[in-house]
Design a protein around this ligand. Structure first.
Ligand code: NAD
Length: 283
C-alpha cells in the first residue's frame, strides 16, 4: 500500500494553528513581498502568499516594481523595509530580471527580517548547525512533512537531485542534521540511476516534467517531488507519478505536496520573526 504524503492537509493544519496564535496577538505580524516585473508564475505565487497571509490575520504588503528597475533602486526599497519597524518579514520573489544580481538583493535584507533564510548570515548559521532566524521554506517544509508522517531519516540513504540554494543545498544540510546519509546529485552527475536505485528517500528538485520514472526508484522508498513544471496538460512534478506510485511506500503529489508546505513555512517563518522581534530574543 502506498501512502500519499498529503502536504495540503498538513499545511492547512499549520495555517489554522497560526491563525489561532495570531488572534491572540494585539499587534499583527506584517509581511512585505517585493515583486519585480510581470513573470506570470511569480504573480500567481505572490497572490497565493498574500491571500494566505490575510487569511491568517497577518498584515501584508506587496510592492510591485517595474521590470527595468535598477539594482540601486531595488536596494533602496529593501533598505526602507529594513528600517520600517512595522515590517517583520521581507520576501523578494525570485527569479529577478537578469540585470539584477540576486545575491546582492538577498544579502541586503536584514537577517532578522529574512523570511526565506537566504542571507549568508542565516544560511551560514544553518550550515554550522546554529539556530538561524529563518530556515528556507521549501526545505523546512520537506523535513516537517517527513516528520508528520513519522518517516525516520536517521541512517537512511537519501539522494537529493538538485543543488540550488533554494532547495537542493539547504535540504541536504537539514537531512544530514537529521542523521540521514545524504548524496547530492546534479546535472553533472554520472549514472544518476545507480545512485537513486539505492535511495531509501529520494528528493527531486530538478524542474523537468516526469523525469523520474519507476526505473529510477528503489522498491518501497519515500519519494518527495519538489518540481513544479507547467506542461500542456497542466502542472506536474519531476516524478512520473502514475508510473512510480505503486513502487513507492510514500509519495508526494503535485500539486498538493511540497507546494502548500512551502507557503505554510513562509507563514510560520513570518510569525517566528515577529515573535523574535517582539521579544528582542538574542540567539
Ligand atoms: P534550479 O534550476 O535552480 O536547480 C535545478 C537543479 O537541478 C540544478 O542543481 C541542476 O544541477 C539539477 N539538474 C538539472 N537537470 C538535471 C539532470 N538531468 N539530472 C540531475 N540533476 C539535474 O531549480 P530550483 O529553484 O532548485 O527548483 C527546482 C524545481 O523545484 C523547479 O521545478 C521549481 O519550480 C521547483 N520548486 C518548487 C517549490 C515548491 O514550493 N514546491 C519551491 C521551489 C522550487
Amino acid at each position: 500500500m502506498t501512502t500519499i504524503l498529503n502536504g495540503k492537509l498538513y499545511a492547512d493544519i499549520i495555517i489554522e494553528q497560526l491563525k489561532t496564535k495570531v488572534e491572540k496577538e494585539q499587534k499583527k505580524p506584517k509581511l512585505a513581498v517585493i515583486l519585480v516585473g510581470n513573470n506570470p508564475a511569480s504573480e500567481i505565487y505572490v497572490r497565493n502568499k498574500q491571500k494566505k497571509a490575510q487569511y491568517i490575520g497577518f498584515e501584508s504588503v506587496v510592492i510591485t516594481l517595474e521590470n527595468n528597475i535598477s539594482e540601486e533602486n531595488l536596494l533602496e526599497q529593501i533598505y526602507i523595509l529594513n528600517e520600517d519597524t512595522n515590517i517583520n518579514a521581507i520576501l523578494v520573489q525570485l527569479p529577478l530580471p537578469q540585470h539584477i544580481q540576486t545575491k546582492k538583493i538577498t544579502e541586503a535584507i536584514d537577517p532578522i527580517k529574512d523570511v526565506d533564510g537566504f542571507t549568508s548570515y542565516n544560511f551560514g548559521r544553518l550550515i554550522l548547525g546554529y539556530k538561524p532566524y529563518s530556515i528556507p521554506c521549501t526545505p523546512k517544509g520537506i523535513i516537517k512533512l517527513l516528520k508528520y508522517y513519522n518517516i525516520d531519516m536517521a541512517g537512511k540513504n537519501t539522494v537529493v537531485i538538485g543543488r540550488s540554494n533554494i532547495v537542493g543545498k539547504p535540504v541536504s544540510i537539514l537531512l544530514e542534521q537529521e542523521n540521514a546519509t545524504v548524496t547530492v546529485a546534479h546535472s553533472h552527475t554520472n549514472n544518476l540511476k545507480d545512485l537513486t536505485l539505492h535511495a531509501d528517500i529520494l528528493i527531486s528538485a530538478i524542474g523537468k516534467a516526469k523525469f523520474i520514472t519507476s526505473e529510477f526508484i528503489k522498491n518501497n522508498s519515500v519519494i518527495i517531488d519538489v518540481g513544479i513544471n507547467r506542461t500542456e496538460n497542466g502542472l506536474c512534478g519531476d516524478v512520473d507519478y502514475e508510473n512510480v506510485y505503486k513502487k513507492a511506500a510514500f509519495i508526494t503529489p503535485v500539486p498538493g505536496g511540497i507546494g502548500p508546505m512551502t507557503i505554510a513555512m513562509l507563514m510560520e517563518n513570518t510569525f517566528e520573526l515577529f515573535k523574535l522581534q517582539q521579544n528582542y530574543l538574542v540567539l
